[in-house]
Design a protein around this ligand. Structure first.
Ligand code: BEZ
Length: 255
């Protein structure tokens, strides 16, 4: 998917801000750390204080271009996380708000297990079961209605493909690939969106772009309005939208 990396940093900088606490779950003085799904590198910089070598990996060329501008001295690679080339030499894999975008979780987990050295650490956080559940339901209904008006559908939407597992389900996946899970915790994280009234539409424009790009701009506006109407009673508070994020925080050791 194409990311607008500039807009991402301006409008959605809460993504990195909310992930900062994860850095504290990594020990200091590490050797080699990989930031998986590093985006524009907002957390890759702080990681360099913890490790001799840090590589940021992201599948989006736009995101990596922005990350290189932000941190010219750091190594960044445009790469699918499932294609990581390392074999048993990575001390820690770190990932914030990225793993839910990857469909083939068996392959991803096998790749992570291969990359880490025995005793290496996985520290990650991403969407848990039920993440953005109300937004997705309202968007799905409004989007199918927009498609129907154009004589299309119903269609399977991209926003239905996210990987949002329960803690139990994800811990079982990690265990199958040789990880011992130290922590797998789901929690609600209601998240204020920037931009006042426009915040929800801008959020959908960024994160549901793959679906929205299939319909005309006027139809997109109708979808934004219908979703706002459906969610206002439960998600509009004190001049802003509060998104229904749920997180899964994981610490696991490769044995
Ligand atoms: C998130 O939980 O960070 C997220 C997941 C899918 C779309 C947008 C955000």
């Amino acid at each position: 998917m194409d990311w607008n990396a500039g807009l991402y940093d301006q409008q959605h900088d809460f993504v990195a801000a909310c992930g900062e606490h994860l850095l504290g779950l990594l020990p200091d003085s590490l050797g080699f750390v990989v930031d998986l799904g590093c985006g524009t590198g907002a957390l890759t910089g702080p990681l360099t204080a913890k490790a001799a070598r840090v590589v940021g990996v992201d599948a989006s060329p736009d995101m990596i271009a922005q990350a290189r501008l932000r941190l010219p001295q750091v190594e960044f690679l445009v790469m699918d996380a499932c294609d990581m080339p390392w074999n048993g030499c990575v001390d820690a894999l770190f990932s914030n708000a990225a793993l839910h975008w990857i469909e083939d979780q068996e392959r991803l987990t096998a790749t992570m297990a291969r990359a880490l050295r025995p005793g290496g650490l996985l520290v990650c956080e991403f969407g848990a079961q039920g993440n953005i559940g109300r937004i997705r339901a309202a968007f799905g209904a409004a989007f199918q209605a927009a498609l129907a008006e154009e004589g299309i559908g119903p269609a399977r939407l991209n926003c239905e493909h996210f990987y949002f597992p329960s803690a139990q389900e994800h811990a079982a996946l990690l265990a199958r690939h040789g990880f011992s899970v130290q922590q797998a915790e789901e929690y609600d994280r209601p998240t204020p969106l920037k931009g006042g009234e426009e915040g929800l539409a801008r959020w959908m424009a960024q994160f549901f772009a793959q679906d929205l790009d299939c319909v005309a701009p006027e139809a997109q506006e109708k979808v934004f309005a219908a979703v706002a109407d459906a969610l206002r009673a439960s998600m509009w508070n004190n001049g802003g939208w509060i998104a229904d994020y749920r997180r899964l925080r994981v610490v696991a050791v490769k044995h």
